[in-house]
Write a protein that binds this ligand. Structure first.
Ligand code: ATP
Ligand code: MG
Length: 448
């Protein structure tokens, strides 16, 4: 099928493609940008195919990222935007566009758009599959998954993004080859999985990972909750509750990961006491598991810390009985920057109980009380009415870890007594704190 479509190219990309053509080479847009253009969705990034040799691109005036050169694909940065450029001379022995398209994973990703003519080159029925919403391996699905088992997660990712159907032969090949994900670099698996997590139809994507056996390889912990019952106020078993929670959160990575891990330890701590299941300490253990799993996936430290904070603090009940100090301590534990996501997680967790009527009134109350208290007390040691110099001067001590400890203890005091965050009061409190420490020889950080 040959046709043409209009794609609005960013000027920096246009400049690069124009440069290639002026040098006498051909260039095509391929992959996600073409797929999305045909679906009427804005592109996430741009992938280019060209017959220019790699050396020409490397020597071009455009910014080339040296580490990006793998399997004939170079990463260049155009006006801050990363673009993958595949050189057909290197990606395939034949050195043709046709051969390059044939090495791609799914028919919907093997549609090329000629920069010069605007012509769409669709050799494997990708347009038809896109129209019908079908994910289908190029030519021989099993061979494609054997070549690169990451494609199993990519298929699930496209399902999560577009709610497509996986063609039967492709699906069976995924089931057969999913265990080979074991041999794929965890960073690749993680990156595709993170994209999957952000899809609008994330539940469908996650289900495919469970059914094909992909979870067994990189997230076996999630399967422990499969069919594990909970109490009556939950209508779903643990696994189902977890994925429902994920689906009810807005698509932000740390939040969706928080949802994915918030109850992950429940099957490990479940005990039946009387008529009821109890899950004592599951939030703490879930936080530990989140840390372990994300570290195993080599996620960034800051992401790990954010997710752990969300998970560890998610058990919020009986808010009407909480004192203002308790709310302030929660705000402090979660941190200003994470609060909005934290409330989203609590809300999604409630909705994902699957009972009618949905009751999120407790989260609403918490949100109102947070709003009332926020801004009326210091949110960090730096906002105290005194600083380290004051501590040293009053106590006649030099710089050192004790100064930080006194400030932390003061801060904890102020969370409980915000009215004391006033210079004179704090200056009076410092010696009292200090005296009781030195006299009793106890750890100052546990005071107050
Ligand atoms: P997105 O819109 O999220 O970028 P994408 O399909 O463009 O989706 P990329 O990772 O940018 O995903 O890959 C660009 C193109 O390269 C794909 O559309 C596909 O043609 C090809 N491709 C990427 N990864 C693989 C793979 N593992 N096996 C085969 N082809 C792949
Ligand atoms: Mg892309």
């Amino acid at each position: 099928m040959k046709t043409s479509i209009d794609v609005c190219l960013p000027p920096a990309l246009e400049e690069f493609l124009c440069w290639l053509v002026e040098k006498g080479f051909s260039a095509w847009i391929i992959g996600g940008a073409v797929r999305n253009a045909l679906l009427g969705i804005p592109p996430r990034d741009w992938d280019v195919v060209t017959d220019a040799p790699q050396e020409v691109i490397v020597a071009s005036p455009f910014k080339v990222i040296p580490l990006g050169a793998r399997f004939g694909v170079i990463l260049i940065v155009l006006d801050g935007m990363p673009v993958e450029v595949a050189s057909i001379r290197e990606t395939t022995p034949q050195g043709t566009l046709e051969a390059d398209m044939a090495r791609r994973d799914f028919t919907i990703n093997a549609i090329a758009l000629s920069y010069r003519t605007g012509e769409v080159i669709d050799l494997f029925g990708g347009m038809k599959d896109l129209k019908r919403g079908i994910i289908k391996g190029v030519v021989d699905p099993e061979a494609r998954f054997l070549e690169d088992p990451l494609r199993v997660i990519r298929a699930a990712r496209f399902l999560s993004e577009y709610r497509f159907t996986i063609e039967r032969k492709t699906y069976l090949a995924m089931k057969k080859t999913a265990h080979l994900l074991e041999g794929v670099a965890i960073e690749r698996t993680r990156d595709e999985f993170f994209k999957l997590l952000l899809g609008d139809y994330v539940k469908d994507g996650l289900e495919v990972l469970r059914k094909t056996g992909a979870f067994k390889v990189f997230l076996p912990e999630i399967l422990e909750g499969w069919m594990k019952k909970q109490n009556n106020f939950h209508s779903f078993h643990i696994y189902r509750h977890i994925i429902e929670t994920v689906a009810y959160t807005p698509p932000r990575l740390r939040l969706r990961l928080g949802a994915l891990f918030h109850d992950i330890a429940k099957p490990r701590v479940r005990q039946k006491i009387g008529e009821r299941f109890r899950f004592f300490g599951h939030e703490k253990l879930s936080a530990n598991m989140a840390e372990e799993i994300l570290t195993r996936w080599k996620a960034s430290r800051s992401l790990v810390e954010e997710v752990v904070t969300l998970v560890k603090n998610h058990m919020v009940h009986r808010v009407h009985e909480w004192s203002d100090s308790a709310i302030r301590r929660l705000i402090n534990r979660v941190g200003d920057e994470l609060l909005e996501d934290f409330l989203c997680l609590l809300r999604a967790d409630r909705i994902a109980h699957g009972v009618d009527p949905v009751d999120t009134s407790e989260v609403d109350l918490l949100e109102r009380r947070i709003e009332q208290l926020k801004g009326h007390y210091p949110h960090s040691v730096r906002e105290l009415a005194v600083n380290g110099h004051d501590v040293m001067e009053i106590l006649k001590i030099g710089p050192g870890p004790q100064v930080g400890k006194v400030l932390s203890a003061l801060y904890r005091h102020v969370i409980n007594h915000p009215e004391d965050n006033e210079r004179q009061s704090l200056l009076e409190i410092i010696p009292l704190l200090w005296e009781s420490i030195t006299r009793k020889n106890i750890d100052i950080s546990r005071l107050v």
